[in-house]
Design a protein around this ligand. Sequence first.
Ligand code: SAM
Length: 223
Amino acid sequence: MATEVIGDEAVFYSKAEKYWKDVPPTVDGMLGGYGSISNIDIHGSSKFLQRFLGDGSGKTGTQCALDCGAGIGRITKRLLLPLFKTVDMVDVTNEFLVKAKSYLGEDGRRVDNYFCCGLQDFKPQPGRYDLIWIQWVIGHLTDEALAGFLRRCRAGLRPHGMVCIKDNVAHEGVVMDEVDSSVCRDLPALHRVIRQAGFSVVAEERQENFPEEIFQVQMLALR
Ligand SMILES: C[S@@+](CC[C@H](N)C(=O)[O-])C[C@H]1O[C@@H](n2cnc3c(N)ncnc32)[C@H](O)[C@@H]1O
């Protein structure tokens, strides 16, 4: 369990906030110096996501998406705005949301809300979202906070709505990163939290063609 490696929760959250305040508001900053993988990442996400979207029965609608831990809006710009009529963004680092307003360009007009808030405290508006996308941020939440946030996400979905998590997974156990104050869970640990939140995993895929030296990255669709 993540709780065993996290220690003091207040320190865990405040250290992460401080870490991100010092990171430049660029694609490279969002990806820890791996800005060059952004194209592959977006392409993989788009392929994973598009099979669920459309007009047929049981398909996920394309009215409104929420980008969680959105940063400057790398995903909002390239994945979500091209597929959804409107997008909301939530991130704990205000400087990134401010940067997003210029980074997103013209299409940024279709971002309805920029919420500056930690996901541990954020409550999506009930029944608002077709898709809630959560990428490279779950490691900043304790198990309890993540389960609680996912439960609130459930309430935030429209009919046939879906949550997608895309994140690093550890080979075994839970690995603490003291530099950015985050944890990396192995897949069984992540599945446990997802189950606790009342979700089922309806699709799961590994992102391919990422550099060998980084953690394995997994995409999970939850309903
Ligand atoms: C690795 S970056 C990923 C940004 C974006 N998801 C992407 O893939 O381009 C992590 C982001 O999570 C945000 N973050 C860190 N802790 C957070 C928390 N507790 N709640 C919300 N956002 C958080 C940081 O400010 C940063 O923008």
